[in-house]
Design a protein around this ligand. Structure first.
Ligand code: BES
Ligand code: ZN
Ligand code: ZN
Length: 469
């Protein structure tokens, strides 16, 4: 979707005007509008939506009134999502947001959230219900052109991620994920893709093992964005790209497997951020590293008891083939450790235990770098996304002790997300590192806070904010 947000003059209102109103502030409107709002019992409380014909009170055909409660940023976000969602459900596609009196921050939050609530993945719906998305979005009020460009770049990035995560596994497999990366290449972004021969040559045996049971060959994807001027910092983003996680020989039950196209959510986040980099071009150097595999149950799948020699030389005993993400990520992290970056972040739908602990709203943050944690949490507070720090204590490392190899790939039921993080830490050197487990936040099984079910694009905006600040 290319939304094309533009500033618009009062006399060119599109067919639907969207007005945001604080609680009990309805008196500031004309008496005709106050009457319409009174009839609908509209008080302006947060997330309250009323959609009415405009009865000639404005130029457009319809008005959506959205309550923003106290008007704080979180209420603005939720209400804008609710309004965007309402517009989509009703096929309203030519819209004007009235942002008079909004600060730059509120305007940005409002536009981005409106688009997030409006998003649908409906390209496979050939019959109803399929409703029109935004065709034109114009803005009333004194909103800087830069804010509109910024909003557009972030919306494109998040939607790019959501489309990839929602794409069914017959469409999104390692090579097509690699192609999505190649499509982002330009004079600032280079993309290199390694095939299985190269992966073997580079000792990326975690990736090889996990992907060997699939007829869709594995890929390692390296994107590299260089700013036009000097880079203020260098960053590597590592994304889990398991395009389908059947569990391998430790096969998942059908119910758990159904949504496992979301298991490339970390890769989707990285690619979404690169999509934003294309437009927004911050002065930061960014590497994107993706291990792209399918974890299938087949005659040549990797097996329990296998001992893998990973890229950094450590050996891993396989106790469960469904704990595959950490094996794929380990090789990527070892590769990223040699890039000379200041920070390396990894993003992965890594553990079911994370969903049990934090549910769908929160991404779990693991890192022992105090500064980095503070920065990331501050960025999440800025964008309104949930990011919750979890402990990463060395004294749990013995849970990963193996009998035959250096470590095993599972640590038992207790502290499942933490031992997964500790496993990853074994493959990181030379850089400040944080691990983000998005198992809950990347994909919703049912709509939540006016976001549709499916891929959410969580953390694209937060991580972009962190990169650019
Ligand atoms: N991809 C899953 C984790 C997951 C679960 C993501 C639910 C999103 C929603 C991961 O590969 C996995 O299967 N992990 C196992 C690890 C266990 C075998 C130690 C799990 O969480 O059950
Ligand atoms: Zn798994
Ligand atoms: Zn997985």
């Amino acid at each position: 979707m290319n939304i094309n947000i533009e500033q618009q003059k009062q006399d060119q209102i599109s067919s639907v005007l969207v007005c945001f109103i604080k609680e009990d502030a309805t008196h500031s409107f004309s008496s005709e509008i106050q009457e319409i709002l009174r009839v609908h019992d509209f008080s302006g409380k947060k997330e309250q939506i009323v959609c009415t014909p405009s009865f000639g009170t404005t130029q457009g055909d319809k008005i959506i009134f959205a309550g923003i409660g106290t008007g704080d940023e979180n209420n603005i976000r939720l209400s804008a999502r609710a309004a965007g969602n309402h517009a989509r459900k009703n096929g309203l596609s030519h819209l004007t947001l009235d942002l008079h009196g909004f600060s730059h921050t509120s305007a940005l939050n409002c536009i981005i959230s409106f688009a997030a609530g409006n998003y649908r993945f409906d390209k496979y719906k050939v019959s109803k219900p399929k409703t029109d998305g935004i065709e034109s979005l114009s803005i009333l009020g004194d909103v800087d052109e830069k804010v509109l460009l910024h909003a557009n770049g972030l919306i494109e990035g998040r939607n790019f991620c959501r489309d990839l995560v929602n794409g069914p596994p017959a469409e999104i497999y390692p090579e097509t994920l690699a192609q999505a990366a190649r499509d982002l290449a330009n004079d600032q972004i280079t993309v290199v893709v390694w095939n299985e021969d190269k992966l073997k040559e580079e000792n990326m045996n975690g990736i090889i093992a996990v992907g060997q049971g699939s007829s869709n060959p594995s890929r390692f994807i390296h994107l590299h964005y260089k700013p036009k001027g000097e880079a203020r910092k260098k960053i590597a983003l590592v994304g889990k790209g398991v395009t389908f996680d059947a569990g391998g020989l430790s096969l998942k039950p059908s119910a758990g497997m159904l949504t496992m196209r979301c298991d490339m959510g970390g890769a989707g986040t990285v690619l979404g951020i690169f999509r934003s980099l294309v437009d927004l071009q911050p002065d930061v150097e960014v590497h994107g590293l993706i291990g792209a595999v399918e974890n299938m149950c087949a005659a040549n799948s990797y097996k329990l008891g296998d001992i893998l020699t990973m890229k950094n030389g450590k050996t891993v005993e396989v106790h469960n083939t469904d704990a595959e993400g950490r094996l794929v990520m380990a090789d990527c992290l070892a590769y990223g450790s040699d890039l000379g970056v200041d920070y390396m972040l990894d993003i992965a739908t890594l553990t079911g235990a994370c969903v049990v602990a934090l549910g769908n709203f929160y991404t779990a943050l693991f890192s022992n770098e105090e500064d980095l944690c503070a920065q990331l949490i501050s960025s999440a507070n800025h964008t309104g996304e949930g990011l919750w720090r979890m402990p990463l204590p060395d004294f749990y490392k013995p849970m990963l002790k193996a009998e035959w190899g250096d470590i095993k790939n599972v640590g038992g039921r207790a502290a499942g997300s933490i031992t997964a993080g500790l496993f990853l830490s074994e493959f990181v050197t030379n850089t400040k590192w944080a691990h983000l487990d998005i198992a809950g936040s990347a994909f919703y099984n049912s709509p939540f806070q006016h976001l549709e079910n499916g891929g959410t694009g969580s953390m694209v905006e937060t991580l972009y904010h962190w990169i650019a600040s």
